[in-house]
Design a protein around this ligand. Sequence first.
Ligand code: PGA
Length: 249
Amino acid sequence: MNHSLHRPKVISVNSPSEAAEKTSNMIAEMLVATPRITLGLATGSTPIPVYQDLVQRHRDGTLSFAEATSFNLDEYLGLAGDHPQSFRAFMDEHLFRLVDMNVSRIHIPDGLATDLDAHTKAYEKAIAAAGGIDIQLLGIGSNGHIAFNEPGSSRTSRTRVVELTSDTIQANSRFFDRAEDVPRQAISMGIGTILEAKRIVLLATGPAKAQAVKDAVQGDANESCPASLLQYHPDVTFVLDAEASSLLQ
Ligand code: PGA
């Protein structure tokens, strides 16, 4: 493991759409250069315009996912992949069904897995067998989480079952009819898993992310802000709109 700290690179633009375009440019450039790439993908509201842009490039004939492999960060425990609020359904809707991904190379934790220990270990093995993740796309929670690694998650954590915090459940309740319907647990790649990606791009937009971004980029690297642990990685880029970068000095 890398023990030295690095200052993340920050790209700050005006609007959320410019931030999404910068992010999709990075992904598209890598995919064009390396068609057999392994992508680490994220869900949430923030990356939706990134996927829209990638889908548009595919429709324009400039981008193919046919040789790519993907691993998503996380999935709700207890939700089937065809449950409308599952992350698998989100990815199908926003990317997988709209491009030429080979379904056999799509990986996302199975929210209905019964032997969770075997399932999470197999997920880690599959990432390694694919040669590791070439570029990992991340969002950030307003509490500093990355994937579902909530505050307190260890730098060495691996893919595992995690408990969601009440603020995450609250933030995600907008996608469910009732807050009680939001699952309390998820399967998430660990911070140690994420730190093994060759390159990491974190996209954050809007004022609700400003404090978490400041803590992640300029705060001490510690478990109270999981995204600050990205300082242990030598190639991290934060792509921010004006609001998300507003507290950076
Ligand atoms: P959001 O989620 O893009 O919906 O804000 C990001 C996250 O919680 O990681």
